[in-house]
Design a protein around this ligand. Structure first.
Ligand SMILES: [Zn+2]
Length: 282
């Protein structure tokens, strides 16, 4: 049976990398509730429990939403406090982010201890792998930030494609470690690497190719899908961007993305990432 996890990067559209420095937040609503509530209804209808990599600012602004997510049986995980990429931080600043995030969780959903982390913009690479030490110090046991292909913004092209314990270069597997790395799912096809795991790629690539790629990738280990609630929101504000950035950010937003998610929900039997991580360790 295919082991599959659905991960939701719970943030506002204004956290997105191509937008975050271009938008004046005081002029807009964050639309987190409007984008996320329908997603929770959809997941409940399909009886799917997901993993929510959540930005601390979202917990601060929407505590009732976070309480409802936890009450529905979803896993709460960390996506930093402010959604700045790791390459804009250093070890000390990153530690502040994690401490701030953990405090916000403790104040909002007492008794919940996040174990999983995802770096904003998949910004974990050999230059920022100090982040793993910080995560281990603060109770985290797995990370899902390595994107094992080169893209214009991010990627660790030589990294393994199935869960592994990484050395500092993120490429060499070790026999053990404090943090298990669960890389984003790609399909290696000869010299090609196809990102079949979600986000823009899920909106842009043909659905049969995605489904075939995911099934093939699952032969190597558990697969993980990711998406953002704002990708399902037909009313995500359209901010002026370059044609290329506009395409990446807005292509197939709303119902086309929702239909693709529903197809995935019918195809795979998703479990929270921490459940699968525990089964790998056990
Ligand atoms: Zn993000």
């Amino acid at each position: 049976m295919i082991q599959a996890a659905l991960s939701i990067d719970l943030e506002s559209y204004w956290h997105a990398e191509l937008l975050r420095t271009k938008i004046d937040r005081s002029q807009y609503d964050d639309r987190v509730e409007q984008a996320t509530r329908p997603l929770l209804t959809l997941l409940a209808r399909h009886r799917v429990r997901a993993t929510f990599f959540t930005v601390g600012e979202v917990i601060q602004a929407h505590p009732a939403l976070i309480q409802d997510i936890v009450a529905a049986g979803h896993e709460l995980a960390c996506h930093t406090f402010t959604h700045r990429p790791l390459w804009e931080l250093n070890e000390a600043l990153f530690e502040e982010e994690i401490v701030h995030f953990n405090h916000m969780v403790a104040a909002t959903v007492p008794g919940i201890h996040p174990r999983g982390f995802r770096a904003p913009t998949f910004s974990l690479n050999p230059d920022t792998s100090w982040a793993l030490k910080v995560l281990a110090r603060h109770g985290y046991t797995y990370d899902s930030s390595v994107f094992p292909m080169k893209t214009p913004l991010y990627g660790v092209p030589q990294a393994p494609t199935a869960p592994y314990y990484p050395a500092e270069d993120l490429v060499t597997p070790r026999s053990d470690g404090p943090i298990l790395e669960w890389p984003m799912t790609v399909w290696r096809l000869g010299p090609l690497t196809l990102p079949v795991c979600g986000g823009f790629y899920l909106r842009a690539l043909p659905m049969p190719l995605i489904l075939h790629g995911l099934t093939r990738a699952a032969r190597q280990g558990p697969i993980v899908i990711y998406l953002h609630p704002w990708e399902l929101d037909p009313d995500t504000p359209r901010i002026a961007l370059s044609p290329r950035d506009r395409f990446i950010t807005y292509h197939n937003l709303g119902s086309p993305m929702r239909r693709r998610l529903e197809r995935l929900l019918k195809t795979f039997d998703f479990q929270p990432m921490s459940d699968i991580v525990a089964s790998l360790a056990g």
